[in-house]
Design a protein around this ligand. Structure first.
Ligand SMILES: [Cu+2]
Length: 249
């Protein structure tokens, strides 16, 4: 059963547009003309699709997306060789892949490259994707911002009696990224019940977070700038929305 699911998933993801179209075409095929095996495969695919989208949409919420991402990760992000021989597009080859997975690398080699690859594969696997709105370049710009803020921003933190004050600064592209990302993050922190605000600095932003019942002073001190920035887990769904052209960070 697992390997059948694996076949279907791989077929949806590994391919380009042509593979995706073939999957769609198969779903329109008259049921009585299908072989028993193909019925089982299609039925499993539908069941699995339903599992992935409990909300009825192509992406059934963060939980479904996480599951989908995990499936992709386990499969090496669809990086299987193209044009595999075998029945339903490489059934035999998939069995080989399942049992010899340790021989295939899973890392795309670069974090942002992998994040973009994952999003593109999700969009290609979704027949409802509106390619007139998709904007992968916008996602790339945001991932560059994330790289600047995570790795290149200078963060000088000072503890006060009731919170933490962090001067987040940088030059050029780093400064621009700080000014885009840090104030936006304050809204996410508010959603978690944290009291945070920002003030403009010439070369960045001053972030102030006050301890309360949602976050203690000791925890703020331990988290520091980047520990505060990673709160909320909103980036993953936002990245997908950004790529779909439906969200501006
Ligand atoms: Cu992000």
């Amino acid at each position: 059963m697992i390997s059948i699911i694996g076949d279907w998933r791989a077929k949806r993801y590994q391919g380009n547009g042509a593979e995706t179209e073939r999957t769609i075409a198969m779903s329109k095929f008259p049921w009585k003309t299908l072989t028993a095996g193909a019925v089982l495969l299609a039925g499993t695919a539908l069941a699995f699709a339903a599992q992935l989208a409990p909300g009825g949409g192509p992406m059934g919420g963060p939980g479904a997306m996480h599951q989908q991402m995990h499936e992709q990760m386990m499969r090496g992000q669809g990086g299987l060789p193209q044009g595999m021989p075998g029945g339903l597009n490489g059934h035999g080859a998939m069995h080989g892949q399942n049992f010899g997975a340790a021989t295939l690398p899973t890392s795309p080699g670069q974090d942002a490259f992998g994040a973009i690859q994952e999003i593109v594969q999700i969009l290609q696997a979704d027949p409802t994707t509106d390619w007139t709105k998709v904007n992968i370049a916008a996602l790339r710009e945001h991932l560059i911002d994330m790289n600047e803020v995570t790795l290149h921003a200078k963060a000088d933190a000072q503890m006060t009696d009731n919170g933490i004050v962090i001067a987040v600064t940088g030059d050029g592209r780093t400064r621009d990224a700080i000014k885009r990302m840090v104030p936006a993050h304050v809204h996410e922190l508010a959603g978690l019940g944290w009291h945070a605000n920002t003030a403009e600095l010439p070369d960045g932003v001053k972030l102030t977070v006050t301890a309360n019942q949602a976050v203690s002073l000791a925890k703020l001190k331990a988290l520091g700038f980047i520990g505060i920035m990673v709160q909320g887990g909103h980036h993953q769904p936002h990245h997908l929305m950004m790529a779909k052209g439906a969200f501006v960070h």
